[in-house]
Design a protein around this ligand. Sequence first.
Ligand code: UDP
Length: 252
Amino acid sequence: MSRRKRVYEGNGKVLYEGPEPGTLVQYFKDDAIARQKRGVITGKGVLNNRISEYLMQRLGEIGIPTHFLRRLNMREQLIQEVEIIPLEVVVRNVVAGSLAERLGMAEGTALPRSIVEFYYKSDDLGDPLVTEEHITAFGWSTPQELDEVMHMALRINDFLCGLFYGVGIRLIDFRVEFGRLWQNDDMRIVLADEISPDNCRLWDLKTNEKLDKDRFRRDLGQIAEAYQEVARRLGILLEGGPTDMRGPETMQ
Ligand code: UDP
C-alpha cells in the first residue's frame, strides 16, 4: 500500500495526500460494509477503480465536471481535492432498496419519472433522508448549489441509463456525491467519490440478475463475479494486462 500521508479512511476507500497541492490519491479497498454487515470481496477495489475511472471519463466527455484526474495503478487514482457537500444524492428509476421498504412498494416497479433524493451524510445518524428545507436551513448547501446538483444528477442519470442499456444492464438507482472545487476565488460543483457497482443498482436487462452490491447485502454470492461482469460488458476488463481494453460490447 502507499506510504503517503493518509487524510481520510472510509468504508471502501482511503484518501492519501497527492503529489501536488490540491490533489489526493484515492485507494480502492476490497472491504465491503452495508449496515451491520462487513466483509471482504477479493478484487473489488481493482474493479471499482477501473469502472469508476471509465464512467467518470465518459461523463467528463459530455461536460460533467468531475474530481477524477487519472488512474495511477490497479487500486489508486489521482483526484482533485474538493470540499465535499455533506449529502448523498440518490437518483432512482425503478423502486428498490430503502424506497421499497419505506413506502411499501414492490421492488422492480418502474417509477413514473426519475426521482432525486438527498440523505445527510452522517454515519452516527445512519444517513437520514432530508429535504431541501433541511439542507438550506442548516447551511449544508445553498439553493443555487442544490439546483446545480439536481441538474447534474439528472444528466448523469440520463447518460448512465443509456450507457448501461447499451450493454444489457438496467440502471435501477445510484448514489453520488458532489464537492466544491476551489480555484483561486472561483468555485464550481464537481462530481466526486466514485461510481461503481458499490453505489449503483444494476440489473441484467433480460434476466433481472443483480450485478451490484445487493449480492453482498442479500448474501446472493458470486459478488466479485458480478462486478467483473459489469466491467466485461463495459469492455474494460483487463484480461490480458493493461493494453487489453476493448470498447463496450453492445448487447442485442
Ligand atoms: N447507496 C450507497 N451508499 C449508501 C446508501 C445507498 O451507495 O450509504 C446506494 C445504493 O447502492 C443504491 C442507492 O444508493 O444504489 C439507493 O440505496 P437505498 O436508499 O435503496 O438504500 P439501501 O437499500 O442500499 O440501504
